[in-house]
Design a protein around this ligand. Sequence first.
Ligand code: UN1
Length: 497
Amino acid sequence: MTQTLLEVKKLSNFIGGEWVESDSSKAVINPATGETVVEVPLSNAKTVDQAVDIAKKAQKEWALEPAPMRAEVLYRVGYIMKERKERLSQLLTMENGKVIEEARGEVQEGIDMAFYMAGEGRRLFGNTTPAELKDKFAMSVRSPVGVVGIITPWNFPIAIATWKSFPAIVAGNAVVWKPATETPIMAYELAKIFEEAGLPKGVMNVVFGAGSAVGDAMVNHDDIRVISFTGSNDTGRSIASKCGEQLKKVSLEMGGKNAVIVMEDADLNLAVEGILWSAFGTSGQRCTACSRVIVHEDVKEDLENRLLAEMKKLTIGNGLDESIKVGPIINQAGMDKIKSYIEIGKGEGAKLLAGGYEMNEGPHKNGRYFAPTLFTDATADMRIAQEEIFGPVVSLVPVKSFEEAIEVNNGVTYGLSSSIFTSDVNRVFKAQRDLDTGIVYVNAGTTGAEIHLPFGGTKGTGNGHRDSGVQALDVFTEWKAVYVDFSGKLQRAQIDN
Ligand code: UN1
């Protein structure tokens, strides 16, 4: 099926507008079926050097192009993505496993980002500020940083790439992009779209590579001035320290331990829908996935029963089938991690109410599936309630009060997303103030961020920067203060006024 959609059996790097092969490659496996989808090239530091050299030259020209003209390319990218939405969504499901409805949603995020950032081409606002001296003009303008490096994960292979590359491009930078090798097709397709949209050669370059060979070369390259990374905590921290030594700007998004709070005054039907969608959508493989439910003790049993009843209705399988709600787990490392947390949870004394096993029978034989899992009676300090699992596993933590719920929500090292279900307006406003996460939802699950708002988190989730939203421009631009003295004489600030 993939081969009827994809014209090639092996993908290529995209460097300076050319399709460049590598010496070695590896198979990309559809996690829903175990079948090989395509081969992805594996490159090295030499390929990165080549891409950066070309990007550096291309960027000089690109930055001189007026921003509204740069934006024209992004509009064209958006229209082509829109035309190809179904093709892209199907390919995304085949390489990543997420169900087709969610794949369409992800591609839509990318389309939205294209039009949103294209609009920025006619804004890219700076500030004018009164100067201290007469006949002197002062302003702050954004200028591109040069060549930027973006490193993106497999769980949102197209959306996250657009959050990073579109603002970088409209701001006048050139990009070297390392996509995850589990999901390279979205990168290949996006590179083709850039080519067709008329992006000048060398402004966008894609280098595929496994392990750290390509990523390290990017992080350590003198001519890459910014690294924007989404992925695991360990890798993010190591990138941050390497960038720190080089005084290189780095933007990190490294996951969450997101909770839904259910108060005793909540609409429980709505809360159940929100929890199911956020905990088991994308098989829990979202940075924003709900993996804790902090529930008021008065409604704990009721909530458990409702969740169990609804979980029985979840269909698990190949996401190309429109009736499937939960897809597979991306790779064996992901599966092993999920399984290890089931044992950890049991060992810590949490009660396993549903799931907790790999599904190997019948339609699940060839793919890699894990049954949606519910633990209850977890305590806030247990590892299953503290550490990111990245799978369809959710733990209920009972609490006695609103104040305790906020404290438990905030008592983890991560700070990406949180949610509260309540009908008390005072609690709504207190919660939005006191929940220590970069994203807060009221009466909705923890997932579903929109692209024109900042995406990112507090504490161990990142380092203070944001993806998407107008805030993403801060990652890919430098502020320049410009003073124009039109007095015709030398005026000395702080002295002559
Ligand atoms: C991620 O999991 O890294 O808010 C991205 C959401 C999606 C993006 C998730 N719009 O759940």
